[in-house]
Ligand binder design. Structure first.
Ligand SMILES: NC(=O)c1ccc[n+]([C@@H]2O[C@H](COP(=O)([O-])OP(=O)(O)OC[C@H]3O[C@@H](n4cnc5c(N)ncnc54)[C@H](OP(=O)(O)O)[C@@H]3O)[C@@H](O)[C@H]2O)c1
Length: 301
């Protein structure tokens, strides 16, 4: 299978990339979308050494720049005829203050959600071409809402607020996509929201302030974290399972508990079609990209 992972240089994205690269006789081709060529190449080397899989490649893209997303889309469309799976994962975690992107957006909103909204819409044709049935796994957590009157959080910014808003937005987006594809005669692309039930020991530990690091280290000592490899092992089947299995999960919000995938009840706010449509329209306006609008229009008609 050919699998694209966003945010593959660290944390959950790296764990998933590594486990998938090493599974099924190293048969999977992994495309690592990352913002730094240096850490991307280092990650490839590390995974190659751990797995002997040599089918790893880089797709450079800083998700804080919509121009980068456009270039990455052009590059992948020129190089590949199909994609089997995508992991929508990259995200900013802790931050000491609000950072505005060159597109004038809050960086948590743009990196964690909007750029990946645009990326996803522009990859759908490649997923539709998958012989195995395309699937997109969204890395999400429960809770959150859309701050309609201040989406860019110019007033009352908080990094946790930004993360949660992006999580709610991703869940609304995947349900909307699932419903649009469900209306087609033979839907062969699935959209799944996955929440990891235990905290993953990720690169966040190197970013958070010292007091948080001390608490996290204590919690780790008490067994409160899982490694990125454990996270990758839990998630890997979602990328490679049969289309029949994947179709059963499409449009759902799931987690892994007691050694099986189980559904998490979704919030009414997220399930509300009016809210989904409102977010869809607002996101398209913020992308301000003709091709993305044309894709969205074709999907809705
Ligand atoms: N850790 C957990 O327990 C946990 C639980 C539930 C959900 N999550 C979510 O999972 C996602 C990943 O978290 P993590 O803990 O694995 O974090 P992490 O270790 O900090 O990894 C984040 C990944 O996103 C990439 N990234 C950040 N900004 C980017 C940008 N502008 N352009 C492209 N890539 C960018 C990072 O690249 P660099 O290496 O260049 O920084 C890195 O590869 C986040 O959305 C987080 O909210 C995490």
């Amino acid at each position: 299978m050919k699998i694209l992972v966003t945010g593959a240089t660290n944390g959950m994205g790296k764990g998933v990339s590594k486990i998938l690269a090493g599974s099924d006789n190293q048969s999977h081709e992994i495309i690592l979308l990352c913002r730094s060529e240096k850490s991307g190449l280092e990650t490839i080397k590390e995974i190659e050494n751990a797995t002997t899989n040599k089918k790893l490649s880089l797709l450079l893209c800083d998700l804080a720049k919509l121009s980068d997303v456009r270039n990455a889309v052009n590059e992948i469309q020129n190089k590949h005829k199909s994609l089997d799976s995508v992991f929508i994962n990259a995200g900013l975690g802790y931050a000491a203050g609000r950072v505005e992107t060159e597109d004038g957006m809050d960086s948590h909103f743009q990196v964690n959600y909007l750029s990946q909204f645009m990326l996803t819409l522009n990859l759908l044709n490649l997923l539709e071409n998958s012989e195995n049935g395309g699937r997109i796994i969204f890395n999400v957590t429960r809770g959150g809402n859309i701050i309609w009157d201040d989406m860019q959080m110019k007033n009352g910014w908080g990094y946790e607020k930004g993360i949660h808003q992006a999580m709610a937005a991703k869940r609304m987006f995947l349900i909307k996509l699932h419903n649009l594809y469900k209306m087609r005669d033979s839907s062969r692309v699935t959209f799944i929201g996955f929440e990891i039930s235990k905290t993953v020991w990720s690169n966040q530990i190197n970013i958070i302030p010292l007091y948080m690091k001390t608490i996290a280290t204590l919690i780790k000592f008490l067994g409160g974290f899982i490694s990125i490899d454990e996270c990758g092992s839990i998630m890997a089947p979602l990328f490679t399972e049969s289309l029949e299995e994947s179709l059963k999960r499409s449009g759902k919000f799931i987690t892994w508990k007691k050694n099986k995938f189980s559904e998490i009840p979704e919030d009414n706010f997220v399930l509300d079609k009016g809210n989904q449509d409102r977010l869809w329209k607002a996101s398209l306006a913020l992308c301000n990209d003709l091709k993305t609008e044309q894709i969205a229009e074709a999907l809705c008609n």
